[in-house]
Design a protein around this ligand. Structure first.
Ligand code: COA
Ligand code: ZN
Length: 318
């Protein structure tokens, strides 16, 4: 089995940073808008080109992201940088359009229980909300992507049938959406579960582009990325320093970590356009901002060829 990229046309991977949305939404303290903007601007400087920057959801549901409009105003817009945001309904779409997001992301859960907890409505009504808000995006010329939460398992219901994914992807597809993200909200994905879902979606909807969003809750996040790469997936979502979680899913913890993901990709011959050293600096800055150690590993260890001086190193003298 091959693990490294061989075909140069196929070795470019898009890394979408979701830390300021998926990560900051679960922080116990409200992070000042200017600090959020500093993190995003530093990530842009490090070469990240795609972001899920914030959410235009109810500020009562997610008070940590109540500043979505102000945040969007503070970000440096650069050509080639995509600033997307989560949108649950028409009210969110109007707010996101006014804030000039580059892409709206609709999100519907693959299980009824999580949909109820996250959006306060059944799947059918969440899809109806999407029907209502997608013309707003169209009117403003803003592309829409469809995300499916708890796509690989639900903390309330357990196994998620592939049929649930097909039903939601079908509703997105019917409305012209050709990019979907499969979200592993509480880290229940494993290599065979990922393979089954991606293959089922591809055989039903061959023109669908799929991105994968993993959490490292059970330590297999990057193993799932390797499976995704082998299946030909070329977009992954991750959080700087391994931030992340969902307030409406018990047991949710950090996303796969952006700098660890970029390390894996570069070491496997894939290109991301991201400067890993700068990324690690941003990750350490986020630790300082939040005042605690975060799960990212490469920001602590450095790259595999980092060398230490033998002088002064501890020796096992018998
Ligand atoms: N932006 C701002 N305010 C919004 C809003 C939006 N997108 N959607 C609804 N609201 C406001 C309404 O205006 C209303 O305000 P009012 O009481 O002052 O009149 C209030 O919220 C309730 O509206 P309603 O439509 O009844 O919403 P709800 O209480 O049933 O909640 C959602 C539904 C979808 C808005 C809410 O569950 C939500 O925002 N969920 C997102 C959760 C999330 O982001 N999870 C993490 C990502 S996986
Ligand atoms: Zn997530």
């Amino acid at each position: 089995m091959r693990f490294s990229a061989t075909d140069s046309a196929d070795c470019s991977v898009l890394v979408t940073e979701v830390g300021t949305r998926d990560g900051f939404q679960v922080e116990p303290e409200f992070i000042p808008t200017a600090s959020k903007a500093d993190v995003l601007n530093a990530l842009i400087d490090a070469g990240v080109r795609s972001f899920e920057a914030t959410s235009f959801v109810s500020p009562r549901a997610i008070p940590q992201l109540a500043d979505a409009s102000q945040l969007m105003d503070m970000l440096t817009r650069r050509p080639g940088v995509r600033l997307s945001a989560l949108v649950p309904n028409a009210r969110g779409a109007e707010r996101a359009a006014a804030a000039k997001v580059d892409m709206m992301i609709c999100f519907v859960s693959a299980s009824e229980s999580h949909c109820q907890a996250n959006l306060n409505k059944p799947i059918e009504r969440a899809l109806a909300d999407f029907e209502e808000f997608s013309p707003i995006a169209e009117q403003y010329g803003i592309p829409v992507r469809g995300a499916i939460a708890v796509a690989f398992g639900c903390p309330f219901e357990g196994e998620v049938p592939v049929d649930s994914l097909l039903r939601i992807a079908g509703a997105y597809h019917e409305r012209g959406v050709r990019h979907i993200t499969l979200g592993d909200t509480t880290g229940m994905a494993t290599p065979p579960v990922v393979e089954r879902a991606v293959e089922a979606l591809r055989s039903r909807f061959p023109d669908l582009q799929i991105a994968l969003h993993f959490h490292n809750t059970r330590g297999v996040g990057l193993a799932n990325v390797v499976v995704g790469l082998q299946l030909g997936i070329r977009e992954f979502e991750s959080s700087i320093a391994g931030l992340g979680g969902c307030p409406f899913a018990p047991g949710a913890s950090g996303n796969i970590c952006t700098e660890d993901l970029v390390y894996l990709l570069h070491e496997s011959g894939y290109q991301t356009g991201i400067d890993l050293d700068k990324l690690c600096e941003v990750a350490r800055g986020v630790e300082t901002l939040l005042g605690r150690k975060l799960p990212g590993q490469v920001m602590k260890s450095g790259g595999r060829l980092r060398r230490f001086s033998l002088d002064g190193a501890r020796r096992a003298v018998g």
